[in-house]
Design a binder for this molecule. Sequence first.
Ligand code: ZN
Length: 414
Amino acid sequence: MTVRRCRLCDAELVTTFVDLGMSPPVQSFVPAERVDEPETFYPLHVRVCDRCLLVQLPTYVPAEDIFTDYAYFSSFSGSWVRHAETFVEGAVDRLGLGASSFVVEIASNDGYLLQHVVDRGIRCLGVEPAANVAEAAVARGVPTEVEFLGRETGAMLAERHGRADLVVANNVIGHVPDVRDFVQGLRELVADDGWLAIEIPHLPRLIAGNEFDTIYHEHFQYYTLLTMQRVLAVAGLEVVDVEELPTHGGSFRTWARPAESAGPPSAAVDRVLAAEREAGLHELSGYAGFASRVSRVRDDLVRFLLDRSAEGATVAAYGAAAKGNTLLNYCGVRQDLLAFCVDRNPVKQGTFLPGTRIPVLAEEALADARPDYVLILPWNLRDEIVQQLSYVEDWGGRLVVALPRLEVLDPVRA
Ligand code: ZN
């Protein structure tokens, strides 16, 4: 058997955090013409490093296979675009950014965030590995380079465009298998007196909320503030401040700087570290117990679906989100228990969910089929979706979420 080594400290990985079995990559929606063809399933076995406590998933699927034709366009989520605008406003104030400033965003997607930087007359550059998504950014006026960030590309981009006053890396530092090379790329791109804003789901929140469905093959690392400090230190970057955020089920935004300009960390850094220590997450024993809570979530969902099926009730799903694919594959749910899934993204409509082969339809299919229950897969947008699906009440339908625990909700009229 292969010896797995920690990608931060190189210690042998021996402790399981959670093993979700086998699943295809969550974004590999199956087009109708390939529905009779096989799919490749990969393990989803997450370990925690005994020495540095970095929670990590091995590189089961090559990164190039996951990212180059990525189906996720950030601008399809209204609340996500608003979150980005609020961030840009706050960063411009906090750092006093103006006409002579330069902002770089890593994994800039379709320009959902940098468009707000462009609007303020500030020079910016997006760095995005998925060519089709980068094209959408360029089309809305956001200069974008199609690259994976590492030390070499960071140096090349700094040479070509200059070093940045602010480097934004939202929901990407978990997605890079060579995280040491990635943070060195960040260091190459940021000015010696510049800033980094790094946003990522916070592992203590994932654990507390049973959010195991946010584990995918392209999420290689899951961070506490402690392990974030350890990773950034590899490139001489220090954490200066931290903000806790509600996004993605509970995230944190780290403000970091090159060590030479960092200064002492804020009180918020001490507070978050103390809370992590209190939750037991600064020692290995604190990571035990998660796996058994995860299997309880699976048991509750499967029991619910079997019971509804036995009653002759129909269940459909809303939101062909990546996290739904982890959930449904782990739970072994198929079309006999979940008739179809609707999604507003036209790119996903007419395809089948990876692994489970549940058909993805336009939202109108709900009103046509009138299912008795609608399972909301993107529970992180639960409030928004409950409002949006208030019409399910017209035929006496009800809404369901599986996480953090199974709950049947009544539709809410706005
Ligand atoms: Zn380690």
